[in-house]
Design a binder for this molecule. Structure first.
Ligand code: 13P
Length: 336
């Protein structure tokens, strides 16, 4: 087993998942403003540090994705944030893309930037303690999108990123996110997501990526948020597994879904249904941002010094997601 495969398995084994706490300062500011908390380096640190010192970090959270600001911050206990995370045997990771910008040639679509100077930044992040990274490509669906241009340019960028990350001895999370927004059907989502993922692997293979040392972070197969017809959780699970079976090479050790705007319960329930019928060799777990943090953020905003209360809310969510990653969740557990 290679070192990279070891890291990927350590992050995702035994129902563990990933806490995606890598919101950029702009996105985190929106999240904090939505609960009437002023966004400052100190308030962003306080909320995140509260989560990172929770009990569930030990048994549920195998990896935390950080943002550039956070990986360089010092916690109350004087540990650096990567040291605080590692003290729970959790692996620190880092978002390394610099965001999605307008795609020249198809201005209604986005291309993710951040390749220039990436090797130098990766070396710095490794020294700070990061052992895995994230890069998110984003695709919107309509009858004409995602275009061939967006599918191939984002796949190319994800592959160049992955090659640099593996060269620097870290595990790349490859995140091609087909967005939920729109009135598309689940069948459209299935078809476009399959095309996007297949192209990513074509490029990863061309770039000589060790597929045993990556984690794929895809969307689940869902009908668009404004679609006339929604599908059942059982169908979400079936279509999601069919899509991944057909598009992901078997060497890939693990898949960690994004929540993408699903509610906390929806994201948990769908992950649970996926694991109940998972007949692949892929570990299927979570890499949630909003679906792990929403309730904790709301609770914390009422009294930002209530560490224990906030941690209890976060611990519950993390425990539910970890049960779902093993197909052992049930809605009854939510009310206990
Ligand atoms: P959500 O789970 O809120 O979609 O965030 C995951 C993520 O990291 C998006 O890049």
């Amino acid at each position: 087993m290679t070192e990279l495969n070891n890291i990927a398995l350590k992050i995702l084994s035994n129902g563990k998942g990933i806490l995606a706490a890598d919101e950029s300062t702009g996105t985190m500011t929106k999240r904090l403003q939505s609960v009437n908390v002023e966004s400052t380096p100190e308030s962003r640190l306080l909320f995140r540090e509260t989560l990172f010192s929770s009990e569930s970090m030990k048994n549920c959270i195998g990896g935390v994705i950080l943002y550039d600001e956070t990986i360089k911050q010092i916690s109350k206990s004087k540990k650096t944030i990567p040291e605080l995370i590692s003290s729970s045997e959790t692996i620190p990771g880092i978002k390394v893309d610099t965001g999605a910008k307008i795609l020249a040639g198809s201005p209604e679509e986005k291309i993710t930037e951040g390749l220039d100077g990436l090797r130098v930044r990766l070396k710095e992040y490794y020294k700070l303690g990061a052992r895995f990274t994230k890069w998110r490509g984003v695709y919107n669906i309509s009858n004409i999108y995602p275009s061939k241009l967006s599918i191939s340019s984002n796949a190319h960028a994800l592959a160049r990123y992955s090659a640099l990350v593996q060269e620097c001895k870290m595990v790349p999370i490859v995140e091609p996110e087909v967005l939920m927004e729109g009135n598309h059907s689940a069948e459209d989502c299935f078809q476009k997501t399959s095309e996007v993922i297949k192209k990513c692997f074509d490029e990863l293979i061309i770039h000589n990526i060790d597929l045993t040392g990556i984690i794929l972070k895809p969307n689940m197969i869902l009908a668009g948020t404004n679609a006339n017809k929604k599908i059942s959780g059982e169908d979400v699970a079936k279509l999601t597994i069919k899509c991944l079976k057909e598009s992901v090479p078997s060497e890939v050790p693990g898949i960690a879904f994004l929540s993408g705007g699903q509610s906390e319960i929806e994201a948990t329930e769908n992950l649970n249904l996926i694991n109940k019928i998972n007949d692949t060799n892929f570990i299927m777990s979570y890499s949630y941002g909003r679906a792990l943090q929403q309730s904790a953020l709301k609770f914390w905003s009422k009294d930002t010094n209530n560490t224990n209360g906030t941690q209890a809310v976060f611990n519950h969510r993390a425990n539910m997601c970890t049960l779902a990653a093993q197909g052992k969740w049930s809605s009854k557990l939510e009310t206990n």
